[in-house]
Design a protein around this ligand. Structure first.
Ligand SMILES: Nc1nc2c(ncn2[C@@H]2O[C@H](COP(=O)(O)OP(=O)(O)OP(=O)(O)O)[C@@H](O)[C@H]2O)c(=O)[nH]1
Ligand SMILES: [Mg+2]
Length: 276
């Protein structure tokens, strides 16, 4: 074998192992089989000498295809938080309340998760800690009625930002979805337009199940953004790349810890660096 041939062989081996590494990286980071296979196909066609750079650009293109800025038009600004139980809705609401409070805004919380008494208590404690008003009713009451009251109070008090918690779990998935679409309708009726943001809270640890969650929640409500929580630690947020590509829903916030200040507006560079 000539030296040249040997070199070529090594180079080829090197490229193959780079591709294997990329494949492993994508699967381990929850990009999903479908995305991974298609990416490797594109990589082969593209014949780039820099597969890692190619991947980075591909991810950037997908992230750039949606608008991550918050919709703050109108008064009051209303955010509805939805998501499966334990994903981090209530914690994220407190963080977002803190975020707006720091900007000098008047914030009000609505305890729309009436399914569990503990959920109302948790939000009440957070509201007290933040010194922001909360509108709540007894557990078991109709969430739509709590939201109605809450918005009425917000309009009266000229609150700037209203953050609405919702249940992650109800007797059946169908009931939950009906409840959420009803909340959306109550908001529309009360403020004469849709909520500024309907934020689907996804736990970065969820992995492939997150796709199923997006599928279910987008059928019930008009999800305008994702809050990706638990991006601290060993979790991987790779899952949102195929989700953004398929559903065109931007990530608006990321959660990076349990503390009240551990929330960031989505930042492409930060996210990619965290990922890679
Ligand atoms: N490390 C970390 N933990 C988080 C983050 N966001 C939320 N958590 C934790 O996740 C757990 C669940 O959070 P909750 O906010 O109660 O979740 P939820 O969606 O309201 O849950 P339900 O009310 O049961 O539907 C809590 O222990 C939070 O402290 C995050 O960004 N990083
Ligand atoms: Mg909760």
């Amino acid at each position: 074998m000539s030296l040249f041939e040997k070199f070529r062989k090594i180079l080829k081996r090197k490229t193959d192992s780079t591709i294997d590494d990329i494949e492993e990286f994508l699967i381990e980071n929850n990009f999903g089989i479908e995305f991974t296979e298609r990416f490797l196909e594109e990589l082969k066609e593209n014949r780039t000498k820099d597969p890692v750079g190619f991947l980075r650009r591909k991810i950037e293109d997908i992230l750039d295809s949606v608008d991550t800025s918050l919709n703050l038009d109108g008064h009051p600004v209303v955010f509805l938080f939805v998501g499966t139980n334990g994903s981090g809705k209530t914690t994220s609401i407190a963080k977002v309340a803190y975020f707006f409070k720091n900007q000098g805004k008047k914030v009000l919380l609505i305890a729309g998760d009436t399914f569990r008494a503990a959920a109302i208590e948790q939000l009440t404690k957070l509201a007290d800690k933040l010194n922001v008003p909360i509108v709540k009713q007894q557990s078991g009451s109709d969430p739509a009625s709590v939201v109605f009251d809450g918005l009425e109070s917000a309009l009266k008090k000229k609150v700037d930002v209203v953050l609405i918690d919702s249940a992650g779990r109800v007797e059946t998935k169908k009931n939950l979805m009906n409840e959420l679409s009803k909340l959306q309708r109550v908001i529309e009726k009360k403020i004469g337009r849709s909520a500024n943001e309907v934020l689907l809270v996804l736990d970065a640890y969820t992995g492939q199940n997150a796709v199923e969650q997006v599928e279910v929640f987008t059928q019930a409500v008009n999800v305008t953004g994702i809050v990706l929580t638990k991006l601290d630690g060993s979790s991987s947020g790779g899952i949102i790349v195929p989700i953004i590509e398929k559903y065109k829903i931007p990530v608006k916030f990321i959660g990076v810890g349990e503390g009240i200040g551990d929330l960031k507006l989505f930042d492409k560079e930060f996210y990619i660096n965290q990922l890679m």
